[in-house]
Design a protein. Structure first.
Length: 289
């Protein structure tokens, strides 16, 4: 089969070359073919969310946090946004100036006028006036450690309809577990889950994502968790998709608070539960499904 059949109709060949999915001669080798399949696999999770938003009318706004080289953003724009003749816009948030500059230049060369790139940390973006007051969808793929939590905080503040997360390295919870280990060992048998250093790291990572899911549910979101098969970093392969449904908040809020108390993580309450945002979310009117 010719390599061209692995590229979707209408895709920018220049973009695929810039992303090193195609060689300069426009060919696919085994490694780039695998990379292209990974891109499509990721896109298949996000495209239905974008399509649903578009069916409901109006412009679509997506913010991609920790964008790096904006690999995801460019693919999403090429496959979905560039065919929209409206005010829909995709923002890439990245703290490294050289990567922002590269993305701005590439978007200009490709004529992707609906893309914006901002040199901001994820935390800074929450209060930045360069972003709209409300956004439709927030993505954060491999935003390291607490940057994923900042992306969640951003999404809650911007009343995002959808949140798509692939968490990366996460050390904050493990550090608190490690610091309080001696006290926990004398208080609860559950501390055996993180008594050994390797288990502390792995349990801390697992627990972080459990707390994130509860936090999203405590703000009225329906949460699904699955594997992102085929993504480059297979050891960090968890995909969290949250959809705002205006669901009851009391039970997940209680469970989140109880877990923090049981595991000696009360000092992280403000990281995983934001009462002011919870109150705001209770007052929101859910958009029709």
């Amino acid at each position: 089969m010719s390599e061209k059949y692995d590229v979707r109709p209408g895709q920018s060949i220049e973009l695929l070359k810039e992303l090193h999915i195609l060689t300069r001669e426009g060919k696919l080798n085994q490694d780039s073919r695998r990379k292209l399949k990974q891109v499509y696999h990721l896109y298949q999770f996000i495209e239905p969310l974008l399509a649903e938003l578009k069916q409901q009318g109006g412009d679509v706004t997506l913010v991609d946090h920790g964008a790096g080289k904006s690999y995801l953003g460019f693919i999403l724009y090429d496959l979905f946004f560039k065919n929209l003749s409206d005010g829909s816009r995709l923002y890439g948030i990245e703290a490294r100036d050289e990567l922002v500059t590269q993305s701005v230049d590439l978007a200009a060369r490709l004529g992707f006028s609906g893309m914006s790139f901002l040199k901001l940390s994820v935390a800074e973006s929450i209060s930045s006036d360069k972003l709209p007051s409300a956004v439709d969808i927030v993505t954060a793929l491999h935003a390291c450690n607490t940057a994923t939590d900042d992306a969640i905080r951003f999404a809650l503040a911007k009343q995002a309809r959808y949140i798509v997360l692939v968490p990366c390295c996460q050390a904050e919870v493990a550090a608190v577990l490690r610091r309080n280990k001696a006290k926990a060992l004398g208080r609860t048998a559950l501390s055996e889950l993180w008594r050994h250093p390797l288990h502390t790291r792995e349990f801390g990572s697992q627990l972080t994502n459990v707390l994130r899911c509860l936090q999203l549910e405590a703000h009225g979101y329906h949460v699904s968790v699955t594997e992102l098969v085929g993504w480059e970093h297979s050891l960090k392969n968890e995909l969290i998709i949250a959809t705002y449904k205006n669901l009851p908040r009391r039970k997940p809020s209680e469970r989140l608070t109880a877990m923090l108390a049981e595991l000696g993580l009360e000092e992280l309450a403000q990281r995983f539960f934001i009462p002011a945002l919870a109150r705001e979310s209770e007052q929101r009117i859910a958009n029709p499904a």
